[in-house]
Design a protein around this ligand. Structure first.
Ligand code: ZN
Length: 435
């Protein structure tokens, strides 16, 4: 529950383009000019939009936010960013999509502080990150990009908190300026990731030191009626309910995958065999059926991409829904793509696949169902069946290199080469056997 901010409350020296060298900046919070650009587009919001946050009007149409990484951003930090994006996407109708040629997009780069424009500027808008290891600071900056100001800048804040001007470091008062042009609604949210820590920019936190925040040092004091919430301020450990409600008020409910009806075993939909399907998991789990016509091996692979391994599990279920095999994605070759495979030999019937998320947030994944055997286009030249498929099959069986052809585990039972592979190939070539 308690924020983890204060323990690392040392101040750092920031050198920022356009700023005087040597100004102090809170290491975990934005520069004073964080929200310096304030491109407000006139927009009459419908009555039903009831944000619990402090919103600009310049939102992203349809919730689609294009983004691009600066080449210097490491693979690890890209992955961290993608996970933060996934978490936002899980709770509201926003999609973060890699930019191709779009004019309006968020350009994510390494910075000396964390900062972002507020809302959509209509062009290339820089988002600077330095606190890459904190998912909720990344989320904080992207919530700025989505149009949200700091909670302490609401024009109704005085009911809830007092800003202690005397404790604010010289030159940093701008972080506490009320934004009358933005729209607050609902109760002030002490738990919001958009609310500063109660000692942010405090004079009690001199450069280069670690500090403990006492009430006498605080720059934000809860009003007596809310004193019990003093220690909630500065939460960077989870998105509050108010953060989620605010996002939904502007961007709508989360977007699920294209198989809306596959959220339960009873509504499981058929997965096409040997066709990778790109999916999106928002609810607790996705369910699919894999009907096979003949006895044999079936398997399925899940590729989780940047939605890293421990976030999801893949299970193969029997026709009676018993779990036959389950697996968590792993990244054995270290290329950032996590893969899980489940397989079994079984009788004909309708098997099921279950993809379950193991974290509160969802993400995108690719699922491929393998049938009981490969197709007869063994050499994958698009022409089949042809004599060359047969020639190539037996050549590879005899030890020749495969190139673009299928592997010789033709029946996909993970045992090869074996007589059954040859039999299955010939049977399928003759027109039967393979679903
Ligand atoms: Zn901020």
């Amino acid at each position: 529950m308690r924020k983890s901010i204060r323990a690392v409350c040392g101040c750092t020296l920031a050198v920022v383009a356009g700023q005087a060298v040597g100004q102090l900046s809170h290491p975990l919070f934005p520069q004073p000019w964080e929200a310096g650009a304030d491109p407000i587009v006139a927009c009459n919001l419908p009555e039903q939009f009831v944000p619990r946050s402090l919103w600009n009007a310049n939102l992203w149409p349809s919730g689609i936010v294009h983004y691009e990484f600066d080449p210097a951003v490491t693979a690890q930090n890209r992955s961290r960013t993608r996970i933060a994006m996934n978490e936002i996407e899980t709770f509201c109708g926003v999609r973060f999509v890699p930019r191709t040629t779009e004019v309006a997009y968020v350009y994510v780069q390494n910075g000396t502080g964390n900062n972002s424009f507020v809302g959509r500027t209509g062009g290339r808008q820089v988002l600077n990150m330095v606190s890459w290891s904190s998912r909720y600071i990344i989320i904080h900056e992207f919530m700025h990009a989505l149009g949200i100001w700091h909670e302490q800048q609401r024009n109704d804040r005085e009911t809830f908190v007092t800003i202690v001007t005397a404790n604010i470091q010289a030159g940093f008062g701008g972080n506490f300026t009320i934004r009358n042009t933005a729209t607050p609604f609902g109760a002030f949210d002490f738990e919001s990731v958009m609310l500063y820590d109660d000692c942010s920019f405090s004079t009690c936190c001199p450069a280069g030191s670690t500090c403990g925040c006492s009430l006498s040092c605080a720059t934000i004091l809860a009003q007596p009626a809310f004193a019990g919430q003093q220690n909630l301020m500065g939460n960077r450990s989870y998105m509050s309910q108010g953060d989620k409600d605010g996002l939904v008020s502007r961007y709508g409910a989360p977007m699920d995958d294209s198989f809306e009806e596959n959220d339960g075993l009873t509504g499981a939909v058929a997965l096409p065999i040997r066709t990778p399907v790109e999916l999106r998991l928002i609810d607790a789990g996705d369910f699919f059926t894999m009907p096979i016509a003949v006895a044999g091996a079936i398997s399925a692979e899940l590729s989780a991409g940047e939605w890293a391994g421990t976030n999801v599990t893949l299970a193969l279920l029997s026709p009676t829904n018993a779990v036959l095999r389950s697996a968590q994605p792993t990244d054995p070759d270290g290329d950032g793509v996590f893969v899980a495979t489940v397989s079994t030999t079984g009788a004909a019937g309708t098997y099921k696949l279950r993809v379950t998320k193991t974290q509160p947030w969802g993400g995108d994944y690719t699922l491929t169902a393998n049938g009981t055997c490969d197709d007869v286009d063994f050499n994958n030249n698009g022409v089949f069946p042809e004599d060359q498929d047969v020639v190539d099959f037996f050549s590879v069986l005899a030890g020749a290199s495969c190139g673009a052809c299928n592997d010789i585990d033709f029946n996909n039972n993970l045992v090869f080469p074996e007589d059954a592979d040859v039999t299955a190939f010939i049977n399928t070539l003759a027109g039967g056997g393979c679903p």
